[in-house]
Design a protein around this ligand. Structure first.
Ligand code: 5AD
Ligand code: FES
Length: 352
C-alpha cells in the first residue's frame, strides 16, 4: 500500500473529511489491500456505535407506474414491456401488518412517481400505518414532490425520506436523465426534506454509465457536506429494456470500498447492504455488512407484484415470501456473526 494512500485513510478516519482531490485519489488508488484496511476501520467504527446489530426495513413497493424516464431504470415510462400495477390501501396495510408480525419496525413505502398517489392518498396511508403500528417508523421513497406535499406527508406522520441524489455532478446527472429532469431540483428536494424534519437518505449507483472517479469524489464530498442520516448505494445493473442495456454493471469490490469510506465520513450513518449488491453477488449483502453497512431491506411486497418492480435485471427475492426473506436474512447475518434486531433503528446521536 502506498504511503500517500495510507495517509489519506488515517486522515479520513481522524477527521471524517478529505478534499475532493483526496477523495479522487482514494477512489483511483483502489487495491484489495487498501479495501481490506478501510473495511477493518469501518467495521471498528460501526461496531463502536451499533455493536453487531443490523437494522431491518420492510420494503413495500407500492407502484411501478412512473412519470419519469430515467435512462437506467427498468420502470421508466418509456418501457412499454412493464406490466404496471399499484397496490390498494388495504394491500399496503396488509403488508405492514405481516411485516409487523415478522419483527419489522420500519416500513419503507417505495414507488415510481405515480400521480395516483396524491397527497391525500399518501397521507391516509401514512396515518393508517402509524395508527396501526405507533411504535414503527415510516419511510417514504416516492421521488420528487413539492415542498407542500412533503410537508403534508410529514404532518401525517412520515419519519424518513429516501431520495438518492444519483450523482453529485450536474453534467453526469444530465447523461443519466432526460432533459426534463434537473439536478438542481433533486438536490433542492433533499434540502427541503431536511428542513421539514425528515431523517433524509441520499445515495447513488456505483458504476453507472459514464461515471468517473471525479464523479465519485463529488458524491463523497456531497455526502460529507449534506450529512444524510441514511445513504443508499448499490451497483448499477443494466436492465434489458432501457437505453443502458449494453453497459457493464458496477462491481462488488468498488461498492464495498465506497461503503467503508462513507462509514468513515459519517460514523453513525444508516447504510444499507442493498438488494442490488445481493443481486451482483450471492453473498453481496454479507460482504456489504463486512465493509461497514448496518441495514438490510428485504421485500415485503405481495409476491404477485414482485417481478413487476424490476429496476434492473435478475433482481433477487422476486419469488420468495416475506417470511422466507426475513428468515433467509437472519441466517445470512448470523453466518457472519451479526444479528438482525427488532427495532425502529434510528440513527445514533446525530451531530449536525
Ligand atoms: N441498477 C441499479 N440501481 C438502479 N436504480 C434504478 N435503476 C437501477 C439500475 N438499473 C436505483 C436508483 C434509484 C433507486 C430506487 O434504484 O438509484 O434511486
Ligand atoms: Fe429474500 Fe434471501 S432475502 S430469499
Amino acid at each position: 500500500m502506498n504511503d500517500e494512500l495510507v495517509r489519506l485513510v488515517d486522515k479520513l478516519a481522524a477527521e471524517h473529511s478529505l478534499s475532493v482531490d483526496e477523495y479522487e485519489a482514494l477512489v483511483t488508488g483502489y487495491s484489495p489491500d487498501l479495501a481490506a484496511e478501510l473495511a477493518a476501520r469501518a467495521v471498528t467504527v460501526r461496531q463502536s456505535i451499533y455493536g453487531r446489530d443490523v437494522f431491518v426495513r420492510g420494503l413495500i413497493e407500492i407502484s411501478n407506474f412512473c412519470r419519469n424516464n430515467c435512462l437506467y431504470c427498468g420502470i421508466r415510462r418509456g418501457n412499454k414491456n412493464v406490466d404496471r400495477y399499484r397496490l390498494t390501501e388495504d394491500e399496503i396495510f396488509e403488508c405492514a401488518d405481516e411485516g409487523y408480525s415478522l419483527g419489522f419496525r420500519t416500513f419503507v413505502l417505495q414507488g415510481g412517481e405515480d400521480a395516483y398517489f396524491t397527497d391525500e392518498v399518501m397521507c391516509r396511508i401514512v396515518a393508517g400505518i402509524k395508527s396501526r403500528h405507533p411504535d414503527c417508523a415510516v419511510t417514504l421513497s416516492l421521488g420528487e414532490r413539492s415542498r407542500d406535499s412533503y410537508r403534508r406527508m410529514r404532518e401525517a406522520g412520515a419519519d424518513r425520506y429516501l431520495l438518492r441524489h444519483e450523482t453529485a455532478d450536474g453534467a453526469h446527472y444530465a447523461r443519466l436523465h432526460p432533459a426534463e429532469m434537473s439536478y438542481e431540483n433533486r438536490i433542492g428536494c433533499l434540502y427541503t426534506l431536511r428542513e421539514l424534519g425528515y431523517q433524509v437518505g441520499c445515495g447513488f449507483m456505483v458504476g453507472s454509465p459514464y461515471q468517473t472517479a471525479k464523479n465519485l469524489a463529488a458524491d463523497l464530498k456531497f455526502i460529507e457536506s449534506f450529512k444524510p442520516e441514511m445513504c443508499g448505494i448499490g451497483p448499477f445493473i443494466p436492465h434489458h429494456d432501457t437505453p443502458f442495456r449494453d453497459f457493464s454493471p458496477g462491481t462488488l469490490e468498488m461498492t464495498c470500498y465506497l461503503l467503508s469510506i462513507i462509514r468513515l465520513i459519517i460514523p453513525p450513518v444508516l447504510l444499507p447492504a442493498t438488494t442490488a449488491l445481493g443481486t451482483i453477488d450471492p453473498r453481496g449483502r454479507e460482504r456489504g455488512i463486512l465493509a461497514g453497512a448496518n441495514v438490510v431491506m428485504p421485500n415485503l411486497s405481495p409476491t404477485s407484484v414482485r417481478k413487476k418492480y424490476e429496476l434492473y435485471d435478475n433482481k433477487i427475492c422476486t419469488g420468495e415470501e416475506s417470511a422466507q426473506c426475513r428468515g433467509c436474512l437472519d441466517a445470512r447475518m448470523e453466518s457472519i456473526g451479526y444479528k438482525i434486531v427488532v427495532d425502529r433503528g434510528d440513527a445514533a446521536g446525530f451531530k449536525k
